[in-house]
Design a protein around this ligand. Structure first.
Ligand SMILES: NC(=O)c1ccc[n+]([C@@H]2O[C@H](COP(=O)([O-])OP(=O)(O)OC[C@H]3O[C@@H](n4cnc5c(N)ncnc54)[C@H](OP(=O)(O)O)[C@@H]3O)[C@@H](O)[C@H]2O)c1
Length: 235
């Protein structure tokens, strides 16, 4: 059976590693849809994936800022027209700008919520409106959404909301046979982590490929036996 996976934030980090997990095996996923903003990173990532596409899968790319609601909606419609049903959605794109409370710029707070919370909501709602039937939705929250951290107000608040939104989605979409998974990774060696903890040695913490491996397992049939309402992944 031919299935499609859509991954946001696919230009690097956890998103790119997740794309590799679905590209490499000769499995049911014959279409890999990748969202990220236009950047050299994204061009290089797509080129690398195309060069390692041993099973001739269809790689569909949209350069889109998921924090821009209308642009995101346009991209969703065009993807649905091109590939049809999205069986697995991995809501991975994330943004943070950690500053103390007094320095939070409201527009930046709005942007954090737009990218981290409204974008996954919009992807799910728009696709449902188009008639999409998901097998599985994976929302990437964070341990910062479970316990707020000093200096991370906007990010922690956005991820707490992702955890709660996921629980509601999980209940509401169960009748359609959709599994909604929420994972909360801890420290993972990516560009986003460098923004949050610039002094840290990335070789001492979890790597993005580890998180991608967990996403692959959870979204596979055996994943239904794991309690993934808000699964914490950390070393
Ligand atoms: N690293 C950690 O320690 C950690 C821990 C817990 C949770 N997480 C979560 O894991 C997810 C992936 O992050 P990562 O750690 O892999 O960081 P990363 O390497 O910096 O990747 C972030 C991805 O999100 C994309 N993105 C950011 N803003 C975007 C926007 N407005 N529109 C479209 N794409 C956007 C980036 O693409 P472009 O910038 O190229 O558009 C990039 O592909 C995030 O949701 C993050 O919050 C990370």
């Amino acid at each position: 059976m031919s299935k499609s996976v859509l991954i946001t934030g696919a230009s690097r980090g956890i998103g790119l590693e997740t794309a590799k997990k679905f590209l490499f095996p000769d499995n049911d996923y014959s279409t890999i849809v990748l969202f990220a903003r236009k950047s050299d990173d994204f061009v290089s990532a797509v080129q690398w994936l195309e060069e390692h596409n041993a099973h001739g899968k269809s790689i569909v790319v949209r350069e889109v800022d998921v924090g821009e609601r209308e642009a995101l909606r346009t991209a969703i419609v065009s993807v649905y027209q091109e590939v049809g049903n999205v069986d697995l959605l991995v809501n991975n794109a994330g943004y943070t700008n950690p500053v103390p409370l007094q320095q939070v710029d409201f527009e930046d707070f709005e942007r954090t919520i737009a990218v981290n919370l409204y974008a996954p909501f919009t992807l799910v709602q728009e696709l449902l409106h188009l008639g999409n039937k998901f097998d599985c939705i994976v929302n990437i929250a964070s341990t910062a959404g479970i316990n707020g951290r000093s200096g991370w107000l906007t990010y922690s608040a956005s991820k707490a909301a992702v955890i709660n939104m996921s629980s509601v989605m999980r209940e509401e979409l169960e009748i359609y046979g959709t599994r909604v998974i929420c994972i909360s990774p801890g420290r993972t060696a990516t560009a986003l982590r460098r923004v949050l903890a610039p002094e840290e040695d990335p070789s001492t913490i979890m790597q993005p490929g580890h998180v991608a491996e967990v996403i692959e397992m959870l979204s596979s049939p055996v994943g239904r036996f794991v309690d993934s309402e808000n699964l914490v992944i950390r070393q």
